[in-house]
Design a protein around this ligand. Sequence first.
Ligand SMILES: [Zn+2]
Length: 635
Amino acid sequence: MSRYAPVPFPNVRLEGKFWHERLETVLDRTVPSQHKKLGEYGILDSLKLPNPPPPLRFPRHGNGFTVQVFWDSDVGKWIEAASYALAHRRDADIEAKIEAAVDDLEKAQAPDGYLNCWYLGREPENRWTNLRDNHEMYNAGHLLEGAVAYFQVTGRRRFLDVMERYLDHIYATFGTEAGKRRGYDGHEEIELALMKLYYLTGERKHLDFATYMINERGRTDPHYFDIEREAREGGDGKQRYVFANYEYSQSHKPVREQEKVVGHAVRAMYLYTAMADLAAELNDPALKRACEVLWDDVMETKMYVTAGLGPSAHNEGFTHDFDLPNQTAYAETCASVALIFWAQRMLHLDLDGKYADILELAMFNGALSGLSRDGEHYFYANPLESDGTPTRWDWHTCPCCTMNVSRLVASVGGYFISTSNDGVAFHLYGGIGSTVEIGGQKVALKEVSNYPWSGDIRISVDPETPAAFDVKLRIPDWCHGASVSVNGQKVEAKADKGYVTINRTWAKGDTIALDLPMPAERLYSHPGVIMNAGRVALKRGPLVYCVEEVDNPGGRVQRLKIKRDAALEVKTEAGLFDGVVTLKAPATAIDEGEWSGLYRTTPPAEREANLTAIPYYLWANRGQGSMVVWIPEVV
Ligand SMILES: [Zn+2]
């Protein structure tokens, strides 16, 4: 097990242009505008338990379900994101808004500690009757993450006290002891939240309950969701459930026996995050092994090149191996954000750069594409091809992705470096400063770069007094020919499990130069991904590129074919999105010309053309238009 632990984001200053700009946008625009939307959509008012409750804003589906059951989670996630924002800049207005929501939650809490505003406000007699579908513990998990974050940033305990009372109620209701129900939630989330609370408080009961839920999931003699369904529906065997399988909630078999990634993608990622946390905390090799097997299954057969996850809108999740359609890709923003959580846990379970590679890929592509340049528009699904129809929206009937991306960006500094008693590991680059403690010694670190646009990286290492320790530098999987020097002296840049380790006695003023060559490259898919046959994707460094109509006028970009052997021109464009690198290549363009019917026997004419690609995360920020990631190739 790795001895490295992440340096928390409040201790990491984001000084590089790329993340500084995203962070400022989230602080200035995203977090405040999200609160406004929570108000406009009635979500904040729902905490007040209006009596009588107002009509449903989102009607029930045929199976009786409405997204309103998880409004508490949206409040919890906003409080978490807003708390992270406060860690960067205290803001009395934001704090007052959090306090107002906590007031309402405290007032709503039942005398026995129960706290779910949907059930308290609309059907108090039905609480804990449908864990499979109705997200009670999922909501509790997100509220708990918000309470932990708010306490960590402000030192105010009131929200945490409310949540601890609620947890005591949950612990008294569920468990393996006589008289308790052996339930767990259909939507995983509370497990990873409990681990955060355990790390904060050190109280064993939180670890024990997270362990109970992980162990209980998928037990089938009988299955808990069957027990509660029979209690609800009189045991007539009816399955009023659109997803009539337990793979959907990863409860089809005990988690240590699971080898294939199945079901709802966000649920799966939250589960695996908690499993990795527990594997480390309990030193449980079977759980670690399950995480590794599931990781390999995702990587080898189920992940989009953008680190998007879950091709299907039907189950918001996984289907069969190599099923990665582009235009209909669901690839929910939340799933890529949650993949980042899982990757970070795996990285600290076993310091292997393959986890940081995916963490970085998801961050720069599948997750960041969910947030617009202006910080106030979003994608829920992140397709890899568009006919121009999808547009970013300013809110969603299910706003889960909005606050997932804001809480990620507001805490992104926490993914950059880790420390142990004998070293520091750099996982991501992009311009940070931090003072860390290594073996009892304070060490100031400063990493300067224009990453992800350039792989030219300088790191200064300044211990208070000279000290020997490891500096580990991640060499990304996409990089070939990395070079490293210390104080101008070249050192061997041979990576072991993705990291070059420099062990020496460091002294004030020591500097490392890390050069990561970052050529533009072509990527091809495994032939099993039939959608990508004859197509190529472009990538430079951690960024996946796409071809968008606004840069390639003259019709839908699907008409363009890139030439296989043509050089890719790497061009810095200072005037585009405040400075980005585009890729340009010779192409041919199908002349759509005159058509009199749907089919004809003569092929369309083709002409020479040029193609411009931009980073995928930036697509759909300049109006509607077609887009492709996988570009048809002409030999
Ligand atoms: Zn989402």
